[in-house]
Structure formats: C-alpha cells, structure tokens
Design a protein around this ligand. Structure first.
Ligand SMILES: NC(=O)c1ccc[n+]([C@@H]2O[C@H](COP(=O)([O-])OP(=O)(O)OC[C@H]3O[C@@H](n4cnc5c(N)ncnc54)[C@H](OP(=O)(O)O)[C@@H]3O)[C@@H](O)[C@H]2O)c1
Length: 244
C-alpha cells in the first residue's frame, strides 16, 4: 500500500518530529500538527529541503472541531489521507492522594479524547476511500497499572481501542496499528539517561515506519520489552514508583 499522505499529531517534538523526518521524501505530503506552531514551521523548512510537501497546523487535539477541520484541510490539499498517527500525548506525574484532578483530566483529554478525535476525523475520509491506516501510539505502560496517576490507564484505553476498532474496520478496508514504545529519548523522558533500554527517537521512528509499512497490528520497541512485558503483571507496582 502506498503511504504518501500522512498526518501526524504531536509533531513539534520527540517521536512525532522523528516520524516526520523518517517519512520525509519526494512524493510524500506530510500534515504536521501540534500547539507549538513555530517548531512545526522550523521542521517544515527542514523537510521541504528534502523534497516533501509539508502542511502545518496549529492544533490542540482536545478540540474536536479544530481537529476535524485540520484533517479536512489536509485531505483537501493532499488529495486524500493514507496514514494518520495519533501520537500527541502528555505525561503528568499525579498523585490521587493529593487530588491532581486537573492533571488527570489533561492526560485523559490529550491521550484518550485527542486520540479519538484525531482518528475519527481521518476515518471519515478513509472509510469513503475504503483504504488507509490508523496508527496509535500506546506505551508499554499500557500493560501494567503504574504509579503516577492516569497515564498508564490512558495507554490501556488506546490499546483496547485499537483491538476493537481493528475488528470494526476490517470490512471498511482500514487497518489499525498500535505501537508500544518503551523509553524513547524525547521531551517526555527529559534529561533522564538512566531509563532502561532508552532508544533515540530517530531510531524508534524508523522502526515504527517499517512496522506500519508491513501492516503490523502491533509493534513493541525496543525489542527487549517484548521479552519483559509478559512478566510485568507479576511485578509489584511499587517497583516502578520512583521511575514514573
Ligand atoms: N518518550 C517515551 O519514552 C514514550 C514512551 C511510550 C510512549 N510514548 C508516547 O509517545 C507519544 C509522543 O511523545 P514523546 O515522547 O515524543 O513526547 P514529547 O516530545 O513531549 O511530544 C509530545 C507531543 O505531543 C504534543 N501535544 C501535547 N499536548 C497536545 C495537545 N493538547 N494538542 C496537540 N498536541 C499536543 C506536543 O506538542 P505541543 O506541546 O507543541 O502541542 C508534542 O509534540 C506520546 O503519545 C507518548 O505518550 C512516549
């Protein structure tokens, strides 16, 4: 399947920006969305230098109407959409004993509602074309209820969403891939160098691009987590308390 019209949320930094770089090539039209438009403009300049067509959108994915409008505008200029990445995400280290309800709301709004708005906006076009693929950035945190509030739960949500939608959309001709990164060096992991198996974002993006092109339903990276994750549920959550 040709994957040349690609929309990526959360493209102003980290994994989203690395994905944009991984796909940039002549003949590829990229739609890059995030709130920090100045970062997207800089990236646009870089990627257009490599022959890509790049459209940027100042977008808060928690705004359903704005998300639909951005994707509609992208489809109009690109002539369709082959791939959408629901990548925008936030982590807040919140403690339910201290309240932190606002922080929890932000995580749910961006990681859950934002993903649904992004995916359904693109789906409206993909179903019509009977082609396309949704890619959802989950996390290994979706395999274990980890301390830190609701981040882990938000990633469980998208994991199950992907499973369910894959069945729902099979007849519509739309594929669904869910990605489970371990630790990737981005703004989210910050300066932390001691995360296990920390992977550079560009390396992660290239691996994800390959898995998506191969039409994989699920992809976990780096590979070490494929050995560890099946045993995560047997470990006490307190083991992770200081890391998350
Ligand atoms: N880094 C890791 O170790 C790791 C591991 C597992 C999963 N992940 C997942 O990977 C994805 C990308 O994260 P990252 O590691 O690349 O972190 P990052 O560098 O902090 O990037 C997060 C991106 O999301 C965007 N974003 C946040 N809130 C948004 C909103 N309301 N509307 C639109 N965009 C918004 C940010 O852009 P603006 O601030 O400009 O809006 C930024 O581009 C997330 O879903 C994250 O949960 C990361």
């Amino acid at each position: 399947m040709s994957q040349q019209r690609i929309f990526i949320t959360g493209a102003s930094s980290g994994l989203g920006a690395a994905l944009a770089r991984a796909y940039a090539a002549p003949g590829v039209t990229l739609g890059l969305a995030a709130r920090r438009i100045e970062k997207l403009e800089t990236l646009k300049g870089e990627l257009e230098g490599r022959g890509s067509r790049v459209e940027v959108y100042s977008l808060d994915v928690t705004d359903r109407t704005a998300t639909q409008q951005a994707i509609d505008r992208f489809v109009a200029v690109a002539g369709g959409i082959d791939l959408v990445y629901a990548n925008a995400g936030v982590y807040q280290n919140c403690n339910p004993a201290l309240g932190h309800v606002g922080e929890m709301e932000e995580v749910i709004d961006v990681n859950v509602r934002g993903a649904i708005y992004t995916l359904t906006a693109a789906l409206a076009h993909m179903v019509q074309a009977k082609a396309g693929r949704l890619v959802i950035i989950g996390s290994i945190a979706g395999f274990k209820g980890l301390p830190g509030g609701v981040y882990s739960a938000s990633k469980v949500f998208v994991r199950y969403l992907a499973d369910g939608w894959r069945a729902d959309l099979a007849e519509a001709g739309v594929g669904v891939t869910v990605i489970y990164p371990g630790f990737i060096a981005t703004e989210m992991t910050g300066e932390g160098k001691d995360y296990p198996f920390l992977m550079p974002a560009d390396q992660a993006a290239r691996a994800i691009k390959g898995a998506v092109a191969a039409g994989k339903d699920e992809f976990m990276l780096p590979w070490q987590w494929r050995l560890i994750v099946p045993f995560l549920r047997f470990l006490p959550a307190s083991l992770f308390a200081r890391r998350f």
